[in-house]
Design a protein around this ligand. Structure first.
Ligand code: GRF
Length: 208
């Protein structure tokens, strides 16, 4: 049984996709141990509580320094002894000591086809604004392992989504969520839960 922690900051639609996929069996062999947010008002926390999943807020604002937050955050996470940490719209920088401890056991969903429109400053609507400004005809989403960089870890899954002529950033964001994010994040978790994902020389192999 793969034990997972899901880290969130906002509405939690990706968390909901994971919860629903576990319930329907699209994700097998997996248990959501805890949902953690840096934002006490994140609707994602309410989504977890509605399903009886432990949900808590640990915010950098409640600590004297970022270093103190990082220490407390990692110590709290470690108490759950999870196998996989899923970043589902988590807007806090992951501490380097956490990346080291959970090497290739932290995954993130990014709303573009990495290496396009990613890295520092590319999050939320900003990603879709950049895609529309560039005039790309295809965008999409990427699930990747988290390393010390920003959106630079080994890519696990990607799914392309068409950009339509009348798209606004909001319309495009919603389509990327519906057609890509909510599908490939659960799929990636299911693959990991069933031993189908490995990392060799910085590249992900799926299958076997
Ligand atoms: C999604 O657009 C995701 O791609 C990005 O943050 C957003 C989270 O949305 N990482 P939600 O909280 O899952 O609804």
């Amino acid at each position: 049984m793969l034990k997972i922690a899901v880290l969130v900051s906002g509405g939690g639609t990706n968390l909901q996709a994971i919860i629903d996929a576990v319930e329907t069996g699209t994700i097998s062999n997996t248990k959501i141990e805890v949902v953690i947010s840096n934002n006490k008002n994140a609707h994602a926390l309410e989504r977890a509580r509605q399903k009886g999943i432990e949900a808590l807020c640990i915010s950098p604002k409640d600590y004297e320094s970022r270093a103190e937050f990082n220490k407390e955050f990692l110590e709290k996470l470690n108490t759950y002894e999870v196998d996989l940490v899923v970043l589902a719209g988590f807007l806090v920088v992951i501490p380097e000591e956490m990346i080291a401890k959970y090497r290739n056991r932290i995954i993130n969903i990014h709303p573009s086809l990495i290496p396009s429109f990613c890295g520092t400053g590319y999050y939320g609507l900003k990603v879709h604004e950049a895609a529309l400004a560039r005039g790309v005809k295809l965008t999409g989403a990427t699930v990747h392992f988290v390393d010390e960089g920003t959106d630079t870890g080994p890519i696990i899954l990607q799914k392309a989504v068409a950009v339509e002529p009348e798209d606004t950033p909001e319309i495009l964001q919603r389509r990327v969520m519906e057609q890509a994010e909510w599908k490939i994040l659960p799929e990636a978790i299911n693959l990991i839960a069933n031993g189908k994902v490995s990392v060799e020389n910085g590249h992900v192999k799926i299958g076997g």
